[in-house]
Design a protein around this ligand. Sequence first.
Ligand SMILES: [Zn+2]
Length: 292
Amino acid sequence: MTAPQVTPLRATIDRLSIPGMVDVHTHFMPEPVLAKVWKFFDAVEERTGNAWPITYRGDEEERLAQLRGFGVIAFTSMLYPHKPGMAAWLNGWSADFASRTPDCLHTATFFAEESAGADVADALAAGARVFKSHIQVGDYDPRDPLLDPVWGQLEDAGTPIVIHCGSGPDAGRFTGPGPVAEVLRRFPQLQLVIAHMGAPEYSEFLDLAEDHDRVHLDTTMAFHDFMEQLAPFPVAERGRLVALGDRILFGSDFPNIPYPYEEAVAAVVGLDLGDGWLRAVLHDNGARMFGL
Ligand SMILES: [Zn+2]
């Protein structure tokens, strides 16, 4: 008789006595949009010389089964427009996706356009629990006055916004800590979740989190060799990860990652910051944020 197979992820989850992992940064989108995203990553090698082979290219049902198989009990459907006129359509799709996917946290997005305030009001009324903003792909200025009603409503509602505003892997006109810091001066209670730990401006975004106690960071792709080669996390800053342990959330970028999901978790476990820290990052902080 062979012993039942225990995957390394299941062993970690059991050791920490958590019901599973909360992954705050996963991508589910309408199929044509996801196809375009995959095409973008397929072309990365031609553009930069570094391949970005996406590991999980199955259909939606298969990807959901994979994510649950890793021990993920709550996740998001991060989606984001690259031009005006798309946000309401994307939000309609993600509302439907959340309604047929109970373990997905209803996710919404917006763009710097006339309808931004109304788009966010509609999404909040429909039950959105988390928003996504992509400053590099969207190529909008987070300080754009068109976004004032967005930040105002999300600050009032206390709804978290996962925001890709670091300058990695590609810098944009409005990426980096400066513009977001200005937004936070005007909307200090915004619950921003800085994606990718703010790579490559790790130290500056840790400063921002220290200055604003509702600013969080997600671990998406950080600490893995793939990202370490592009933008290494400064070893000297590890102590600050401990100090901010209640505001760091696990994220993976599933399915668009060029390595197995297990390695994303292993990169965070490998920081060796203690089981208490790990329990908070893999589960407790996300559970608290979303009231799970
Ligand atoms: Zn992402």
